[in-house]
Design a protein around this ligand. Structure first.
Ligand SMILES: Nc1ncnc2c1ncn2[C@@H]1O[C@H](COP(=O)(O)OP(=O)(O)OP(=O)(O)O)[C@@H](O)[C@H]1O
Length: 564
């Protein structure tokens, strides 16, 4: 083999693929980018999709003993698909006449890979092209304006990857508003303490974003003592629509009528009214149905979310700042109501240019914009609107979910960048492969096998899907699972049984601050309850990159459209 080459083309060749005889087993690996000199097109980029290795030259004794002394005459054959080359106008082209058997194959250089895949001149650093040292950089403008989704099964690295992208956006002063149901993003404030070697590998340094991030709680400080500020919605002069939209299923026509009359009478009497005034006005109604209405109004009131001093949207969305809405302790219905109101305010404020362009980040998006037939929430409409119209006004959205099949299709289909990590649920796999343009249904096989920390990136900005080894976080990761065994071993002994427990006095009860766990949004489950509700133990940290292995293979051809 000529020096520097890794193989030679042989057998029947085409314009879209070829086979190569590989010089030695470590020369190329599945997924490797290689280049071939083409007589009319010059250097053409190709990707190895499959490798096989065969040998008959060993003795039965050697086979029985499980030892082969000489492996030098193993026949290693790789199948590569042609990606193409850029012409003088920068257009991607693939050859129109077949490759020539006997031509040499080389490992592709960074310049060719970048230019052919379309990874040129971009700004954000999200990691490295899997199996290479080539940085994958995305365009901030495109990612924000054309929206982005991060999809994977639980524990596969969604919030880790999201935080990597958010760090890049914060570094570029993009305002962020994060809907955080599981208190995962406050850790952006804390610098990561991982191994320095890993930071070096990805070309980043540890960093705290404490001066940029503010955590808001829609609950109160007793429930969420780590929050920086409370978040409140406008509680003055609420309309019938404002109130009924919180519990749309609970308000019958009769209930709505009672509410309507009460609010009409208040409007006739006073300029401004509160929820207390509404409850009082409803209590004057003669029907028994008023008690249901009062009960619902009391429930809303008790959440404390409504206030005469609401949090202005201008305080949340500021250049270079991150506002995290931490939903710890907030009931699911109220979460949706908050998302609906907040996002409507945000969209209106952006349209009137009252806040700078920025990005809305929605974790567990399937709960706030569920697909029809799964559940109904008041936040779906505005999230759909932002997905379809946000880009006109410089309002981007990042949608994060472990259940792609359950997110509103209108929302998901608007995402120009899709970052997909390991997915195994058949419905989710189907939903993903259906929604990805230019990727056929066999994408499912590859997604099922992705190791932790590796994502498939599909973007309107790049020519074809690529696998990315997501970089290390600069800030600490906050989405760690609870170690159940350790917690059980370190917890204090349980309290005595009820009969032996002293009943606290009213004063003692008041003095105790309730330990309210983070609210879990409602889940309408079918066959896959287990996957969604059981938080997996985090996978072991992956090895730096995928080792060259002579296995699998067909997947790549299928995913990236082998072109046969
Ligand atoms: N790029 C990465 N580099 C290093 N470790 C990673 C990476 N991605 C994920 N991990 C590890 O995997 C674990 C799970 O990741 P993460 O919390 O992001 O999962 P998730 O998909 O958001 O899970 P859940 O749906 O349960 O919130 C993390 O604790 C982290 O240790």
């Amino acid at each position: 083999m000529v020096r520097g080459s890794v193989g030679v083309i042989f057998g029947e060749t085409g314009t879209l693929d070829f086979k190569m005889l590989v010089s030695d087993s470590t020369a190329v690996h599945r997924g490797a980018y290689v280049k071939a000199w083409h007589e009319t097109d010059g250097w053409v980029l190709a990707q190895v999709m499959n490798i096989t290795r065969s040998s008959d030259s060993f003795t039965i004794e050697e086979a029985k003993a499980g030892q082969r002394k000489d492996k030098s005459d193993d026949r290693i054959v790789a199948e590569a698909i042609v990606i193409g080359t850029r012409d003088n106008d920068g257009m991607l082209r693939s050859p129109v006449i077949p490759f020539s058997p006997g031509d040499l194959i080389y490992v592709a250089d960074e310049g060719l890979i970048r230019s052919v895949l379309g990874l040129v001149g971009k700004d954000m650093n999200i990691g490295m092209l899997e199996g290479t040292g080539i940085k994958v950089q995305l365009s901030v403008n495109s990612l924000v304006q054309k929206h982005c989704s991060i999809l994977a099964k639980t524990g596969s690295g969604k919030s880790y990857t999201a935080a990597v992208i958010l760090e890049e956006l914060i570094d570029r002063d993009i305002p962020l508003l994060i809907i955080d149901p599981h208190s995962e993003y406050a850790s952006l404030k804390t610098e990561a303490t991982d191994d320095q070697e890993v930071f070096k590998k990805y070309g980043v340094t540890p960093k705290s974003y404490a001066d940029r991030v503010k955590v808001y709680t829609p609950a109160n400080r007793a429930i969420n003592p780590d929050a920086d500020e409370v978040f409140r919605l406008n509680g003055m002069n609420l309309t019938v629509k404002d109130l009924t939209s919180i519990f749309p299923d609970n308000f019958s026509t009769t209930h709505t009528g009672i509410l309507y009359e009460a609010i009409q009478s208040l409007r006739a009497e006073m300029e401004t009214y509160t929820i207390d005034d509404i409850i009082f006005a409803v209590s004057n109604d003669k029907s028994k149905a008023k008690w249901t209405v009062i009960n619902m109004l009391e429930t809303i009131k008790e959440t404390d979310i409504l206030s005469p001093n609401p949090t202005p949207i201008e305080a949340l969305v500021q250049k270079g700042k991150v506002a995290i809405l931490d939903f710890k302790g907030v009931p699911p219905d109220i979460q949706s109501m908050i998302v609906a109101q907040l996002c409507s305010n945000l969209f209106e404020a952006r349209k009137l240019d009252k806040v700078p362009p920025g990005m809305l980040v929605v974790e567990e998006a399937h709960n706030y914009a569920p697909e029809k037939g799964f559940s109904k929430t008041v936040s779906t409409d505005i999230l759909r609107t932002i997905a379809s119209e946000g880009r006109k006004f410089g309002l981007g959205m990042m949608v994060i979910s472990q259940r792609p099949a359950r997110i509103d299709k209108n929302v998901l289909s608007q995402c120009g960048t899709q970052i997909i990590m390991k997915v195994t649920n058949p419905n989710d796999l189907k939903a993903i492969s259906k929604g990805l343009e230019g990727v056929n249904s066999y994408v499912e096989d590859e997604l099922m096998r992705l190791p932790p920390g590796v994502a498939m990136l599909v973007s309107t900005e790049i020519e074809r899907p690529v696998l990315v080894d997501i970089r290390i976080r600069r800030s600490k990761h906050g989405g760690e699972s609870v170690n159940v065994l350790k917690a059980a071993q370190t917890m204090s002994p349980p309290p005595p049984p009820p009969s032996a427990t002293k009943i606290p006095t009213v004063e003692e009860s008041r003095a105790q601050i309730p330990e309210t766990p983070a609210a879990q949004p409602p889940v309408v489950e079918t066959a896959d309850v287990e996957e969604e509700t059981v938080k997996k133990t985090p996978p072991p940290k992956r090895k730096p990159s995928r080792p060259p292995k002579n296995e699998g293979g067909k997947l790549f051809t299928k995913i990236f459209g082998g072109g046969k």
